[in-house]
Design a protein. Structure first.
Length: 679
């Protein structure tokens, strides 16, 4: 039997279910005794209005003009003062009281859940929330959400249905300003408000991936990342636990009201109602025009994201389409180059083409017999800086030659300290490795990030944007390297690199090393007898990816992969001229999937935090292998590979190639390549 609820909460309970501006609502507002701020949203078709009494420790939530919930904060926080009389709110109940003490005082509740007790009070309810079995907060609310969900489930079970139709509880908490920013343009008021809510400085990283411009705002000390795609806020990531790279979000327990790190899946559903997507690794809830993704590890909350789309629903809808309704768009850029090579044979010349953009430079004797004409033009100033130290006279002279300001970005990648000087208005980018000028890139035409180099026709005399491969060779002679995607000419101790697309020059770079020659020399040195030890089976979560190789697009295993790798998915059509197919890019999952002729041909798993986020559960990816990993670690865990080259090891697993790719001695990516039966 339940005892009568008494205390100051009665004034607020009378307002539950009342209309906006009614006498009982105004009386409850006056009882708080402080000023308030007003916020309004439309979430899942419901108009939400918040009255936030930060100095009074109270929030009112109205749904479509009706008072739905009143939240009481029983202790001070950075955002709220504690309710003025916390011990008088519900007579006999106080902050920190145990669950048993509350039940002894108030009797058996209507709902006795791990995170709360629910007591009826007239036409409303009192929700007493717990953490570690102690009273944390108290709410006055309009509905018994758990009973509503249970009743709906019973009704649907009788009708043979499998999906709940009860609406989830509205998402409240500090996440609201971030949800407002989802879908907003870069620099918009709502985006700036969300950035200010983090309250720390940030760094910026920008990339162009599969034709999409990605911009990351990294609030390392605030535990938050913003991801913008083509100038639109797409996702906001919240780190709930401190790591080497991030502090934990400042108010993890206030991010989504009622949620705490480590809460179980069942507890989340109990609190928020049935999810729109209930998958192995996440729960997805709608919140207005956006979504809240609650990520799970071992059935417990590990991270929370605010995101723009229900990516799994998109994938399911795409799977259901039997006939494309639009022509595929071409997928271009260097991102496609490793994918194009997926069906090539081991040792094919395309393998060496991959070395040029991916491998780190090393010292090399630049001797050779290639006959070339002298390189002339403005590039000579920059070539003199190649190989010089940071701050040297040659480097400063080259920087002054650009004639514009620059932006500085610094990273540590695979043990190498990388420093970028980005002259965005000058069309030039300097890259230094461990304090030495490694590469200078020149942009010959405008793009989203860079203005074209000021004198593109004068950079290398006789060569300009659009010059054909044959014209370059006719002018400069036989190159040191003549590859599908580039020509390389030696100039003193440095090199000039002409990037080629569709047989025409698209970009020029001055660089320190001939990476292809290094790879060929290293491969020759690596042609030693293989280790005698047999490879071991590759197990762990990677098995799901290995087993999926060769599966059909639209096969049920595809949805399992989306569930495993979500929440960030971008789908790109590959032009028929490039072989056709689809590329699925999982930004949060650190994995790319390529389908060719309707078959999953290649998987690329990122395991080193660099330009892309790595796979989120590295500890369970490959059994016996800890990350970061070296080649020696891979051999110790998996035995000797079936084949090996200077920068990769190849293992055959169930008719599939699993390739471990190294950068500077550290494992950078894992490639899984399907080998057709007739190959």
């Amino acid at each position: 039997m339940t005892a009568a609820i008494r205390g100051e909460i009665l004034t607020y309970l009378e307002a539950i279910g009342a209309e906006d501006g009614s006498d009982v609502m105004l009386t409850a507002m006056e009882a708080v005794g402080t000023k308030f701020t007003l916020k309004e949203y439309t979430s899942t078709g419901v108009h939400e209005k918040y009255l936030i009494f930060a100095k009074g420790g109270v929030d009112f939530l109205l749904h479509d003009g009706i008072v739905d919930t009143v939240f009481f904060h029983l202790r001070d926080s950075e955002k709220y003062a504690a309710y003025a009389h916390p011990d008088a709110l519900v007579e006999g109940v106080r902050f920190g009281m145990s669950r048993d003490e509350v039940i002894d005082k108030l009797g058996m509740p209507r709902q006795n859940k791990k995170r709360y007790l629910l007591y009826p009070a007239g036409d409303a309810f009192v929700n007493i929330q717990f953490r570690d079995e102690r009273v944390l907060r108290i709410n006055a609310q309009r509905q018994d959400y758990a009973a509503q969900a249970e009743a709906e489930a019973e009704a649907e079970a009788e009708q043979g249905k499998s999906v709940l139709t009860v609406a989830p509880k509205p998402i409240t908490g500090e996440i609201r300003p971030y949800l407002d920013a989802i879908g907003a343009e870069d620099g918009s008021d709502v985006m700036l408000a969300a950035m200010e809510a983090v309250g720390t400085k940030f760094s910026i990283k920008e990339y162009t991936s599969t034709g999409v411009h990605e911009k990351y705002l990294i609030f390392a000390k605030g535990g938050v990342d913003f991801l913008l795609l083509d100038g639109i806020v797409d996702t906001v990531f919240f780190h709930l636990y401190e790591s080497d790279r991030y502090a934990a979000y400042a108010h993890v327990e206030a991010l989504v009201d009622g949620l705490t790190p480590g809460m179980t899946r069942a507890e989340v559903i109990d609190l928020l109602g049935p999810a729109r997507q209930d998958r192995e690794h996440f729960l997805l809830y709608p919140a207005g025009d956006a979504f809240v993704n609650i990520q799970l590890d071992d059935e417990r909350i590990s991270a929370i994201d605010a995101q723009r789309f229900d990516l799994l629903a998109q994938a399911e809808a795409e799977q259901a389409e039997s006939v494309p309704t639009t022509e595929p768009k071409p997928l271009t850029g260097e991102t496609l180059q490793p994918i194009d090579a997926a069906s090539s044979t081991y040792g094919d010349p395309v393998m060496l083409d991959l070395v040029e953009p991916l491998d780190p430079p090393q010292a090399l004797d630049h001797g050779g017999t290639h006959v070339t004409a002298a390189i002339r033009g403005e590039i000579l100033t920059y070539l003199e800086a190649i190989g010089s130290e940071d701050g040297s006279d040659e480097m400063i002279a080259a920087m002054e030659a650009v004639g514009t300001r620059f932006i500085l970005d610094e990273y540590t990648s695979a043990g190498t300290r990388e420093k970028y000087l980005c002259f965005e208005k000058g069309g030039v980018e300097f890259l230094l490795h461990d304090g030495v000028v490694e590469t200078v890139d020149f942009y010959l035409r405008d793009n989203k990030e860079y203005t074209a180099y000021a004198h593109p026709d004068a950079l290398v005399e006789g060569v300009s944007l659009g010059t054909t491969r044959a014209e370059v060779i006719a002018l400069l002679g036989t190159p040191r390297q003549n590859r599908e995607r580039f020509l390389l000419y030696a100039v003193g101790s440095a090199f000039v690199h002409f990037q080629i697309r569709d047989e025409r020059v698209t970009r020029i770079a001055a660089m320190r090393a001939d990476l292809v020659a290094e790879e060929e020399a290293a491969d020759a040195a690596a042609a030693a007898p293989a280790l005698a030890a047999e490879p071991k089976p590759i197990t762990g979560e990677i098995s799901q990816l290995i087993n999926a190789a060769g599966s059909a697009y639209g096969d049920p295993v595809m949805l399992d992969l989306v569930e495993l790798l979500g929440p960030r998915l971008d789908s790109h059509d590959i032009d028929a001229a490039d072989g056709g197919g689809k590329l699925l890019v999982f930004a949060s999952g650190g994995v790319d999937l390529q389908y060719r002729d309707g078959v999953l041909l290649a998987v690329l798993v990122h395991v080193h935090e660099d330009e892309r986020r790595p796979y989120p559960r590295l500890g369970t990816l490959v059994d016996g292998l800890s990350f970061p990993a070296t080649r020696e670690d891979v051999h110790a865990a998996l035995g000797a590979p079936n084949d090996s080259r200077s920068h990769l090891d190849l293992y055959s697993e169930n008719g599939t190639h699993v390739i471990f790719n190294y950068n500077g001695g550290s494992l950078a990516t894992i490639s899984i390549v399907h080998v057709p039966d007739d190959a």
